[in-house]
Design a protein around this ligand. Structure first.
Ligand SMILES: Cc1cc2nc3c(=O)[nH]c(=O)nc-3n(C[C@H](O)[C@H](O)[C@H](O)COP(=O)(O)O)c2cc1C
Length: 620
């Protein structure tokens, strides 16, 4: 791929090899080899395997419990294991309330059901459908329920280690839960953790002393079987994250498993990007021909469904639901050049509006059953908190810097910042796909971001700035002329080289453009379809394509915006937009409107009968 070496070389600049040249030994961190003596013996292989096996085969169980009673000696062994857990300052802050009464369990079930309804109500429709099928507790089906509590006051004022981190008491109790869970597995007992409780209600109902907090409500009983993987993974609710995503060497962000060379998230992502699978594509075309409809009669939707097959390597493809719109928000130093009549603080204000559910994107998302999240990759001003009263608000705070610099005066950002913003996008795609989303939708918010988009499009298409610069949020002739001149000035200053996409982003890009480029690369590496919104996404797709051309395997152009640059970008990308309604709002609105088309294309592959199966005679 033309762009790959440049991008990878760049990644290496961010993680300089010299940083790892000094080994711990040469840095004087490891003792002399001669002085070590014998280490404590490890377990033998069978024992070690037994330990790992119990961790691997521990499952959260909600289905298939049996009513067999649990012998007292078995339950004592399990509770003893829990009581052996590590605890802050050896405070052993837990208590275990063993509940057997059918009446109490019925009441607890009622409480959990109520909270289940509250949660279901809060879900986007695409998720709620999935949630309806899930069992989330087995309170009445299990002979024993165990409430695990934590006492933050146990041991008095001076508990060692709790002084600076008071939350260590409930953490310790959570470790007791894990011990209990593992020991139960070894006994053939299933455990299901239920957290669908209003805690105060639970404390009141169970008559617990007020100084205790409930850490866990566990349903325990013998089971018919232990599933091989988490029930939520089996149901497609969430996916396992690979170990390589979560291990950092020395400093956060330097990914490497022990013994590996540190690599950037971008490098790892590029390794996962592949073209559409030829076999699944072939099956898709074949199936299209056999479906009970004239060949080709679904037009563009047939192309989309074949793409979904090739991308997922499955025919029929997974239905792209649930879906999530990620709105990448950032500010722009070039705003100072008077390229828009809107004040810069509108970016932050609109982020507040998205989070409060008051924007057009929220309205469309609620109609179409999608989730909306906002990624702050570079908003200049203060934003509302990401966690409010203990609850997530939908904001992902990933600020690389508070707005770019003015591209007419110098680079918009450093290469390192461009890389970091790109990786924010990759990691957002990872998070959303691991959380169970089967389609991603790009969105953006950034006053003055069409200026950066036009500059990027001019670089990658070779078009003159005047041909690709639009009126954004609606500017007059004078402002438009200034906008074109500003872009020309920036391009003259930097002379960006399209074969160095990170360099182009750094010179004239925006933080949200970089992040969206990463988002597309991330989606492609996870073989998940991503629907592109308007001109910002189009410009970001040009960057992504310059880094890894196969990224387009995952990309679907949702709509064509009224911005002239978008048309040029789509032409260069070779993407045909699904809808063309003169939208020029951004936020992800156009892309989201295309979501049901993409979902319908996949659905038809599943549902529509074939000539042979339906006994319909084919055309001669
Ligand atoms: C703190 C905590 C709370 C949980 N609460 C619930 C719950 O309310 N309902 C439920 O069905 N599962 C609950 N679970 C179980 C998780 O869904 C489960 O651990 C996860 O899907 C991984 O599956 P596994 O435990 O089988 O590996 C909880 C797990 C933990 C650790």
């Amino acid at each position: 791929a033309a762009g790959e070496p440049a991008a990878q070389g760049d990644a290496e600049q961010v993680v300089p090899a010299e940083a790892f040249a000094e080994s711990p030994e040469s840095a004087g961190l490891a003792p002399e080899v001669d002085d070590l003596g014998d280490a404590a013996p490890a377990y033998d292989e069978d024992m070690r395997e037994a330990v790992h096996r119990v961790m691997r085969e521990r499952r959260d169980i909600r289905n298939g419990f049996r009513s067999d009673p649990i012998p007292h000696e078995v339950l004592i062994r399990v509770l003893e294991a829990a009581h052996t857990a590590p605890s802050v300052g050896y405070s052993q802050p837990w208590d275990f309330v063993v509940i057997r009464s059918a009446k109490t369990r019925a009441r607890m079930h009622e409480l959990a059901e109520r909270q289940r309804d509250v949660y279901a109500e809060s879900l986007p429709k695409g998720r709620a459908k999935q949630f309806k099928e899930l069992k989330i507790e087995a309170i009445r089906e299990t002979p024993v329920n165990i409430v695990v509590t934590a006492d933050r006051t146990r041991g008095g004022r001076h508990t060692l280690g709790r002084h600076t981190q008071p939350q260590m008491a409930p953490y310790s109790a959570a470790l007791a839960v894990e011990n209990l869970w593992l020991a139960a597995r070894a006994e053939g007992l299933g455990v299901g953790w239920v957290s669908f409780f209003d805690e105060e209600e639970l404390v009141r109902e169970l008559g617990l002393p007020e100084h205790l907090e409930v850490v866990a409500y566990l349903c325990v009983g013998y089971v018919n079987e232990f599933p091989d993987e988490p029930e939520l993974a089996q149901a497609g609710w969430a996916k396992k994250r690979p170990l390589s995503w979560v291990v950092h060497e020395e400093t956060y962000g330097r990914r490497a498993l022990p013994g590996e060379e540190p690599h950037s998230v971008l490098q790892e992502t590029l390794r996962g990007i592949r073209p559409l699978d030829a076999k699944a594509l072939g099956e898709a075309w074949d199936r299209q021909k056999r479906m009970t409809k004239p060949a080709g009669s679904l037009g563009m939707l047939e192309i989309i469904s074949a793409q979904l097959c090739g991308l997922s390597r499955k025919c029929p493809p997974p239905i792209p639901e649930p879906a999530c719109v990620a709105i990448f928000a950032g500010d722009h130093g070039v705003h100072a050049q008077g390229v828009t009549p809107w004040p810069q603080e509108v970016t932050a204000q609109m982020v507040g509006n998205f989070l409060a559910g008051g924007a057009v994107i929220n309205s469309f998302a609620s109609q179409l059953g999608a989730e909306v999240c906002v990624v702050d990759v570079g908003v200049a001003s203060e934003l509302p908190p990401a966690i409010d009263s203990g609850r997530t608000t939908g904001l992902l705070p990933r600020k690389v810097r508070p707005g770019t610099a003015d591209m007419t005066q110098g680079p918009a950002m450093s290469r390192e910042e461009a890389m970091r913003a790109l990786e924010v996008g990759i990691e957002t795609a990872r998070d959303l796909v691991a959380a169970g989303n089967k389609a991603l939708v790009t969105g953006d918010m950034g006053i003055a971001n069409t200026t950066a988009a036009a500059a990027l499009i001019s670089v990658f298409t070779g078009e003159d700035p005047a041909a690709v610069t639009g009126r954004g949020t609606g500017i007059d002739d004078e402002t438009h002329a200034r906008k074109v001149a500003v872009i020309r000035q920036a391009l003259d200053l930097h002379r960006p080289d399209p074969s160095d996409p990170i360099g182009v982003l750094a010179a004239v890009g925006g933080l949200e453009h970089a992040a969206i480029a990463g988002f597309l690369l991330g989606a492609a590496s996870l073989r998940t379809p991503v629907i592109l919104d308007g001109v910002i996404a189009g410009s970001a797709a040009l960057v992504a394509k310059a880094i890894a051309p196969e990224v387009l395997a995952a990309c679907i152009a949702g709509h064509r915006s009224a911005e002239p640059g978008h048309k040029a970008a789509l032409a260069k990308l070779g993407l045909r937009p699904l809808i063309d309604l003169d939208l020029r709002l951004g936020e992800g609105t156009g892309a989201l409107l295309a979501l049901p088309l993409v979902q319908s294309a996949a659905r038809a592959m599943h549902d529509v009968a074939t000539f042979d199966s339906a006994g319909v005679t084919e055309k001669h």
